[in-house]
Design a protein around this ligand. Structure first.
Ligand SMILES: [Zn+2]
Length: 202
């Protein structure tokens, strides 16, 4: 999965979005990036509560000691995270709890930039997109991917709700030139997905 570090080049303020790090190599890659760019991590944000996205929460909390933020409706996934991990053959220690709930309309300040929280359920009940309108950037978690959409065949998933989140929430809160950074695979743009995503053209 994709972990993102979003930062202000001038103030060096930064947030970690979905610290899915599990191996030492993955953890060291995050630490090295933060150190190389001399960043101050302010928050650890989860776009949703699936195990691959929250697996590095303990590590990030331990190293940076900053609040972990997620929408409240995915807490049940965190509580079941050890079962989720076992499903993938992993034994993990209990994950730390959420320190701050993020809700529709919240603004998260990162230096001179702001990430707007837009609630986009469907892949999971508490999934959110983080949108920076000034820089035209969307962190969309597993809502939508390049030419694909998030799975809805898992507990809490709902195809109809997901499609409504894409059309009524994501598209109404962005423009075609916004770049989307999904939780898996490559980046895209809102315009390209409207034009080519097979789940959206019919
Ligand atoms: Zn997911």
């Amino acid at each position: 999965m994709n972990c993102y570090i979003y930062y202000d080049e001038i103030s060096k303020d930064a947030v970690i979005i979905d610290p899915g790090a599990f191996t030492d190599d993955e953890k060291n890659e995050i630490i090295k990036f933060v150190d190389d760019h001399e960043l101050n991590i302010n928050k650890i944000i989860n776009t949703h509560g699936h195990i691959d996205h929250v697996l590095g929460n303990s590590f990030a909390k331990e190293v940076y000691d900053k609040p972990i933020c997620m929408n409240e409706d995915d807490v049940f996934l965190l509580e079941g995270s050890r079962d989720q991990a076992r499903f993938f053959g992993l034994e993990i220690p209990p994950l730390p709890g959420i320190d701050e709930y993020i809700c529709e309309g919240d603004l998260i300040t990162v230096g001179s930039a702001q990430l707007k929280v837009v609630k986009t359920p469907g892949h999971s009940p508490g999934s959110v997109c983080l949108i920076d309108d000034e820089n035209k950037v969307v962190f969309c978690g597993d809502l939508i991917f390049q030419n694909s959409i998030g799975r809805t065949d898992i507990p809490g998933g709902n195809y109809k709700v997901l499609m409504n989140s894409i059309k009524d929430k994501l598209f109404l809160n962005s423009k075609d030139d916004y770049v989307i950074y999904p939780g898996h695979m490559d980046e895209s743009t809102i315009g390209k997905e409207k034009q080519y995503n097979p789940f959206l053209i019919s």
